[in-house]
Design a protein. Structure first.
Length: 138
């Protein structure tokens, strides 16, 4: 599938953290992200979600991902937060409830093409009995 998205990533960098390690955590889930250092945080931009989608499939958390995307979704895109500690290990762990004391990785996806729903179905397809199903087969 060909898609057109703008992904903005904001992640705080605490005084006790090494900026390069925080950058590595983001790059583990979003390789190729262009990161810039701003006071107290890193801001990144990328245009692809392939590695992130692969991790969702490998970890078998497609339903969880869909729920998280739906919580903060509108006609232009969706947002979600990820735990920084898990990202250091290349693991997707959605942040729910109170933010982590080190701060969360905030991800904002703006979708230009196709629709938001079609992109979500591509990144994290619906499942049946824990297995991805093609939404066009329904």
């Amino acid at each position: 599938m060909i898609y057109s998205v703008d992904v903005r990533i904001d992640v705080p960098v605490r005084d006790t953290e090494v900026t390069d390690r925080v950058a590595d955590a983001v790059e583990n889930l979003f390789p190729g992200v262009e990161l810039t250092h701003e006071p107290g945080k890193l801001v990144g931009e990328t245009h692809e979600l392939e590695r992130f989608s692969e991790r969702l499939h490998e970890q078998a958390i497609l339903d969880t991902a869909r729920r998280e995307f739906d919580k903060r979704r509108d006609e232009e895109g969706f947002s979600f937060a990820l735990k920084k500690q898990a990202a250091f290990k290349g693991v997707v762990n959605f942040s729910v409830g109170n933010p982590d004391e080190l701060g969360d990785i905030e991800v904002h996806v703006t979708v230009r093409d196709p629709s938001v729903e079609e992109l979500v179905d591509y990144i994290a397809p619906p499942t049946e009995d824990g297995r991805p199903i093609d939404p066009h087969d329904r």
